[in-house]
Write a protein that binds this ligand. Structure first.
Ligand SMILES: [Zn+2]
Length: 277
């Protein structure tokens, strides 16, 4: 099971999140048969996305994070919703060339227009990239430390991280203490493997937690696609065009990148889509 502990610490001046996303990352590795570099990149982005999904307020809230390499050959994209259903995929190889690429974050709280933040990527470290993003695009001082530790067989031994976000008006002295504490999470996957998310919260923040504000969420790797949703999408293409594709290719097929599922529709399936018209 994956854990996301959220709490207010240091006299409620700092919002703390500690995540164990080991299962989630293992699911991603399995679904996409990820190579180790892709598993680390996608795993770290999934952890960041789980954190950001845990911050969504609206029932219809959703967030997505995309990184594109400078040469355009590689990209990785993750998205999550308020139910903490997290999913993602990686394309090409961008592990070595993220620097100079672009990070795009889309946050939709379901009320107004979605918030879109984009910034140039200045290094290959996802923790730094997200730390820079929060400061530049959201103007919130945030410390992000995420990590993925792999077994020799390519599966995930531990993944997760810690995020500390300063509340408005946070005194300098508190911010310094938070920064110092962050050093305990230089290797966050190691900490999660050793203590788990709950254990890490207890070990490093026991005396600082506001007990009323502590709560636990469970993110998971879940894709929200379904045959019914895909039917809605292809219906908009129109009966004639779909039948054309069927005649040429034998069927209409749609691939979901997030869960690696193929949906196929033959001529009869397509006729059925338009039965009521
Ligand atoms: Zn899917």
């Amino acid at each position: 099971m994956n854990d996301l502990f959220k709490a207010l610490v240091y006299g409620k001046h700092v919002s703390l999140s500690v995540l164990d996303t080991t299962d989630l990352v293992n699911k991603a590795i399995k679904i996409h048969s990820l190579t180790p570099p892709s598993a680390v990149l996608l795993g770290n982005l999934l952890t960041c996305c789980a954190y950001m999904s845990g911050c969504l307020k609206s029932e219809r809230g959703a967030v997505s994070i995309t990184v594109k390499s400078r040469d355009g050959n590689g990209s990785a994209s993750v998205s999550g919703d308020v139910s903490l259903h997290i999913r993602g995929y990686a394309e090409g190889s961008c592990r070595d060339s993220l620097k100079g690429g672009v990070l795009t974050v889309i946050k939709d709280d379901g009320f107004f227009r979605p918030f879109v933040g984009a910034c140039e990527i200045e290094c290959d470290d996802v923790s730094r990239i997200l730390t820079d993003y929060f400061l530049q695009s959201e103007q919130i001082p945030t410390a992000v430390s995420v990590g993925v530790k792999l077994n020799e067989d390519g599966s995930c031994a531990a993944a997760g991280g810690v995020v500390m976000q300063l509340m408005p008006g946070c005194p300098q002295e508190v911010s310094d203490r938070a920064k110092e504490r962050m050093q305990a999470f230089a290797d966050p996957a190691e900490v999660i493997q050793k203590y788990g998310a709950r254990g890490a919260v207890t070990r490093f923040f026991k005396d600082e937690i506001d007990q009323n504000g502590l709560y636990l969420l469970h993110p998971d790797y879940i894709c929200n696609c379904s045959r019914a949703k895909i039917e809605d999408v292809i219906r908009s293409v129109g009966r004639a065009e779909l039948l054309n594709i069927c005649a040429e290719q034998g069927r209409v097929s749609v691939h979901c990148h997030y869960c690696n599922t193929d949906y196929t529709f033959d001529k009869d399936d397509i006729e059925k889509l338009f039965d009521n018209e």
